[in-house]
Design a protein around this ligand. Structure first.
Ligand code: NI
Length: 254
């Protein structure tokens, strides 16, 4: 793995608590890991803007998470545009999407804010990093109907293999993280083993969902290599090949 890069397409490295952030970013970089940090709230976009300027090999997305739909306003879009124009390291819109797990009452508002941010990404010609939880069918329908020219990535993909294939048919990429290393994650393992490698991406979603052997502890960007290792095992190939293929996929998108 000496000279092979891994692109970690979703890491909230700015939210690490138990881990020293400078050290975590240094270790990631030393191990040839490029990290992309999404925003979650209308305020968080400013943090991400600052955070990614502080570290090398770290890029970002701006966007408002479905649970935070209430914090979104037209001013948010203006702020996002200002940041995109001043910071070349912003390379996508995220994390945006739908989450029906926590609060179903916000369904309509979530959809409205999701669509607004898809339109915005289309105007900016930037890819989408999408969070979808218990909202798979609505997410795909909205993308089919409203997304014109942005490449879409489903982050922390939690659907079935069948649904993954349906998404890939639409040109949507599938990003897998630490869950794939969990013993009982049968669906995620099946997706990892069987989707066309051209549509596979890696991520951590740290500080959450640390892969085995760190399950239950705080996750960090470096641990994306355990995700790559497990996917290599499932596909009966080498970690190098998974790293290389997923990095090529990410380079195509960004
Ligand atoms: Ni996330």
């Amino acid at each position: 793995m000496e000279n092979i890069y891994i692109i970690n397409t979703h890491s909230h490295a700015n939210m690490l608590k138990d881990t020293n952030i400078d050290e975590a970013m240094y270790n990631a970089r030393e191990n040839h890991i490029i990290t992309i940090v999404p925003a979650s709230t209308a305020e968080d976009i400013f943090d991400v803007d600052k955070f990614i300027q502080k570290y090398e090999d770290v890029y970002g997305y701006v966007g408002v998470f479905p649970e935070e739909a209430k914090t979104f306003s037209d001013k948010t879009l203006q702020n996002m545009e200002t940041i995109i124009k001043s910071n070349k390291k912003i390379i996508g819109i995220g994390e945006i999407g739908l989450d029906y797990y926590w609060d179903k009452s916000l369904k309509e508002l979530q959809k409205e804010i999701f669509i607004k941010q898809i339109d915005f990404a289309n105007q900016m010609n930037l890819p989408l990093n999408i969070h979808s939880r218990e909202a798979h069918q609505d997410t795909l329908e909205i993308l089919k109907k409203y997304n014109k020219n942005s490449t879409a990535i489903l982050h922390c993909f939690s659907g079935s293999l069948e649904f993954a294939k349906e998404c890939i048919k639409e040109g949507i990429y599938i990003a897998l993280g630490g869950v794939v290393t969990f013993k009982n994650a049968i669906k995620a393992k099946e997706v990892a083993a069987n989707i066309p490698i051209e549509y596979l991406l890696l991520e951590t979603d740290d500080p959450y969902l640390a892969p085995v052997p760190f399950r239950g502890k705080e996750n960090q960007p470096l641990y994306v290599k355990y995700v790559a290792e497990e996917i290599a095992r499932l596909r009966e190939t080498t970690t190098e090949e998974i790293a290389q293929a997923t990095t090529m996929n990410a380079m195509k998108i960004f």
